[in-house]
Design a protein around this ligand. Structure first.
Ligand code: ATP
Ligand code: MG
Length: 414
């Protein structure tokens, strides 16, 4: 894409009311637009990152047998009344609106109730199990604190997967499989080494759930980590559980601030029982379907990557999620740069081409702010020698690469 065509512009300053580093940088670099506190729009560069993250999550969810669906954001109040979760005293972050002809209509903060209800006509026999469905859907939550940028939206995207099993053992096995898939997602997105599977509160129906927590000072959670075993425990349950039980050694635990990037939860029959999602087992008996739910916030994940990896010059995107692979800058050598742009594009290498008549200083600073992993500079002198100057965003050293071998420089294309 030609930067001269991009409608967004970078800015020197972030809005004064923006406290979080992720939103400050993303707004300055033109990735997101702040509509109001906790509500952000994604602009072309930001959307490309979000879509890449979604793509990775989708691959991993398909890999474990998830089938993609899209449920509605407007919710049927009756379904939620059946499980007792319509009440504001039970769920304190509902957004509710009114129908013109009377009655309240809630906006989804989660989808356990509607998905359980939706599956009823399709699950009758043990032969229909196990199944797993997932979606990328907008959730609305009346969060009291919305100061963490895109990491805590009042409107935000969630990947939520729901599993339907015949037995507790079936659920346990799928739960472990999903935990492994989550590990792969966080590795691929570039935050794996900082992310810990963490014991968290299990609610009424199971002893504990697991969160995936990324160590970061911008986080709102506090966890205790065991670096050797690469597991952790959330402060919320630190005092309820004796720790020995969970295989953690109290003397070895280190307290850290962290961001909850994902959550996996055994629901058992919590929703299937009241909503009547039952199946006939092999012996003819009727049993409630045993469920699990598994969430990841792609926007929160993107914010976490920013918080964790950005530096004093700006954003730093890992290859797998970067909006483009290459940022090509023409420094008064448009003819040569055009050729390089064509060669890269023909080779299928996603390239943002800064073809604007700006100074080298401006182009370099903006390129660092935008954070594309590989920068290629075409200047008058280098092009005369048939060379392009190539530098990685995180390195201070650049190398000269022959113009006719640029493709060879990229083992992995995207
Ligand atoms: P938190 O404890 O941070 O409020 P939660 O426990 O309510 O989150 P879940 O309901 O388990 O979160 O949601 C699943 C995932 O969705 C979370 O792990 C997180 O990645 C993401 N998520 C939750 N709330 C938000 C939000 N307000 N903005 C963006 N992403 C969110
Ligand atoms: Mg939580």
């Amino acid at each position: 894409m030609r930067q001269s065509q991009l409608f967004t512009k970078t800015r020197r300053e972030a809005p004064k009311d923006e406290e979080s580093r992720n939103a400050q940088l993303l707004i300055r670099a033109g990735f997101v637009h702040k509509e109001m506190a906790g509500v952000y729009s994604y602009l072309p560069l930001g959307l490309r990152v979000l879509e890449n993250i979604i793509g990775i999550i989708r691959e991993e969810m398909n890999q474990i047998g998830g089938q993609e669906v899209a449920l509605t954001a407007l919710q049927n109040p009756d379904t939620w009344k059946t499980t007792g979760r319509f009440d504001d005293a039970v769920v304190d972050n509902w957004f509710k609106t009114k129908l013109k002809n009377g009655g309240e209509l809630p906006l989804a903060f989660s989808h356990e109730e509607p998905v359980t209800n939706m599956m009823r006509p399709f699950i009758q026999s043990y032969r229909d199990l196990p199944k797993a469905v997932y979606q990328f859907q907008t959730k609305f939550r009346n969060e009291t604190r919305a100061k963490s940028g895109i990491m805590r939206g009042r409107e935000f995207l969630m990947k939520d997967l729901y599993s339907f099993s015949r037995s507790q053992e079936g659920l346990d096995a799928f739960y472990e499989e999903t935990a492994l898939a989550y590990g792969r997602i966080f590795d691929r997105v570039g935050i794996g080494t900082h992310t810990y599977k963490t014991f968290a509160s299990g609610g009424v129906f199971s002893r504990y759930s697991h969160e995936f927590q990324t160590i970061c000072d911008a986080g709102e959670d506090i966890i205790y980590i065991d670096e050797g075993k690469r597991i952790a425990i959330n402060e919320e349950v630190f005092n309820d559980e004796v720790i020995v039980d969970l295989g953690l050694d109290r003397s070895k635990l280190v307290q850290k601030k962290s961001i909850e990037v994902g959550n996996i939860f055994k629901l058992g029959a919590r929703f299937s029982e009241p909503l009547g999602l039952k199946f006939k087992d092999e012996d003819g008996s009727s049993k409630p379907v045993i469920m699990g739910c598994y969430g990841i916030g792609p926007g929160r994940l993107m914010g976490t990557v920013v918080e964790l990896l950005s530096d004093e010059k700006g954003l730093v995107w890992p290859e797998a999620v970067a909006p483009f692979q290459v940022h090509l800058l023409s420094l008064g050598a448009d003819e040569g740069a055009e050729k390089v742009y064509k060669a890269l594009t023909d080779a299928g290498i996603g390239t943002l081409y800064d073809d604007r008549p700006e100074s080298a200083g401006i182009k370099f600073a903006e390129s660092e702010l935008i954070g594309i992993p590989c920068r290629m500079v075409v200047g008058k002198r280098s092009i005369e020698n048939g060379m392009v100057e190539v530098k990685n965003r995180t390195s201070d050293e650049s190398v000269m690469v022959p113009m006719d071998n640029l493709e060879g420089y990229f083992p992995a294309k995207r």
